[in-house]
Design a protein around this ligand. Structure first.
Ligand SMILES: *Cc1c(COP(=O)(O)O)cnc(C)c1O
Length: 468
């Protein structure tokens, strides 16, 4: 039985780019500053809601306040020339089509499709691509339900920003649950299904149920876990408290548990303040009371959480509330990365500093981790080997399972912010996975577990050839 929430219900009310003038707390801003904010919001997605504005942002500390930086467009997110150009168009009252065209030009220069997501990860069934699914790592399939392709509020650094400004036109989205079920029936190697978006918690429970309920049948016993990635625990906890179908959602979690599935809510928390409100804490309690597990992850981003105190406080609070720290990610190489990125060396220092302040129960967290084209690459350490300062790296996940957990080394570089900036240490000409990765990219080879066995090629590891 799920206990009722004592939190007062709240009606969801969003502010988007068109309503910037209606946010009461922004009325004190001068016109020029507001215009620059609007210019940024024409290029990059913007949406907040009243709960975020009233409860999470500390308006006395604006503009430095981390929640303000996390949710409200910041001038520094655009290149100064692009900002200037957009401001001029808005100020001159330019035609809508002209503003849109300029915005699109700027967007296309911001690497809208990082990590080969569109080309490399869409699986196929009977030689037809299955839209709305991504299958990059053998054990886990990602699902992008078409009804879940927005969020209760957007993060300024969002790596999926391109779909919110209409570049992607929901190419990822799964329109029906049938193709998901058919794909999973044919792929018994899959142990985990991860619903993502956007934010699947945008969907009504009844819609989510259409995707999840079929997977509780016995023929999907190979699915150990069903995960739901969400920012709603932080941006709209009422989804789990007082929204009309909140109780039904928790019932669905219980039902999933009864069917023997591990239920994991992959909660995106960027700052400890998101865990502090009574609503946020009651939402966690109600989710955990169903038998679901809450695992927490977020990227490290400048202006929001690039210090050890923020992370240690956040991980400590998560453990206190019964949630489990899971990943610290590196901000991806897309969108307003110049404003938000943190060098790998600095991210590693912040991670280590925060990690060492906490008991083993919080050290379930791994990071800093880059979700790059070949896999999730962990910056595992900085070491000096035979007089050369190096990054010690390894894959936490990889397109080829055989790549996982093998240390490899890159020349230390204090300013590198992404895998692409790194070069192999010890005068090696390439990293061990690069040749195979190139072959996968060129379509000359499937990963060893791919679904076209006739096209399998040998996998080259450390110079030796392994057939899989
Ligand atoms: C992170 C990620 C997963 C899940 O990885 P876990 O380590 O199992 O949490 C699955 N697919 C993709 C594409 C991912 O980036």
């Amino acid at each position: 039985m799920i206990r009722k929430s004592r939190i007062q219900p709240r009606r969801y009310r969003a502010f988007t780019e068109r309503d910037i003038d209606r946010i009461p707390q922004l009325r004190a801003y001068d016109a020029d500053r507001l215009l620059r904010m609007k210019a940024v919001a024409r290029v990059l997605p913007f949406r907040v809601n009243e709960y975020v504005v009233d409860e999470l942002i500390d308006w006395r500390r604006v503009p430095d306040d981390p929640m303000f930086q996390l949710t409200i467009p910041q001038e520094g997110m655009l290149d100064p020339r692009d900002l200037d150009r957009m401001v001029k168009l808005l100020r001159a009252g330019a035609a809508e089509a002209k503003i849109k065209a300029s915005a699109r030009e700027v967007q296309m220069r911001m690497n809208p499709h990082p990590a080969g997501q569109m080309e490399l990860n869409v699986p196929s069934l009977d030689n037809e691509p299955v839209p709305g699914l991504q299958h990059k790592y053998r054990e886990t399939v990602l699902v992008f339900p078409s009804q879940g392709q927005t969020c209760h509020a957007y993060c300024t650094y969002c790596f999926r920003w391109a779909q919110f400004v209409g570049i992607d036109d929901l190419k990822f989205a799964a329109r029906e649950s049938e193709s998901l079920a058919a794909y999973l029936k044919a792929h018994k190697e899959v142990q985990s299904v991860l619903f993502t978006g956007g934010d699947p918690m945008i969907m009504k429970t009844a819609v989510l149920r259409r995707y999840i309920e079929p997977l509780l049948e016995d023929e999907f016993k190979h699915l150990v876990s069903i995960r739901i990635g969400t920012k709603a625990t932080a941006y709209w906890p009422y989804r789990f408290l007082t929204d009309p179908d909140a109780d039904d959602l928790l019932k669905l979690f219980e039902q999933m548990r009864k069917a023997g599935r591990h239920v994991a809510i992959m909660a995106h928390y960027s700052h400890p303040r998101e865990l502090e409100t009574p609503a946020a804490q009651d939402a966690l309690r109600r989710i955990i009371d169903t038998g679901a597990v809450v695992r927490c992850q977020a990227p490290i981003v400048r202006h929001v959480n690039d210090n050890a105190k923020t992370w240690s406080e956040m991980w400590r609070t998560q453990v206190a509330l019964g949630a489990i720290p899971y990943y610290m990610f590196v901000e991806r190489d897309t969108g307003p990365k110049n404003y938000f990125q943190v060098p790998l060396a600095r991210a590693f220092d912040i991670f280590t500093n925060a990690y060492t302040q906490l008991s083993g129960l919080a050290r379930t967290v791994r990071g800093p981790s880059m979700s790059a084209t070949p896999g999730k690459v962990l910056v595992d350490g900085v070491a000096e080997i035979h007089g050369e300062k190096v990054f010690v790296l390894k894959f936490l996940q990889a397109r080829e399972p055989a790549w996982v957990n093998k240390p490899f080394f890159a020349k230390f570089d204090a300013s590198a912010t992404w895998l692409d900036d790194l070069v192999p240490a010890f005068d090696e000409s390439s990293f061990f996975f690069e040749r195979s990765m190139e072959e996968i990219k060129r379509g000359r080879r499937q990963p060893a577990w791919g679904d076209r066995p006739d096209r399998r090629r040998p996998l080259v590891l450390f110079g030796s050839v392994e057939w899989e």
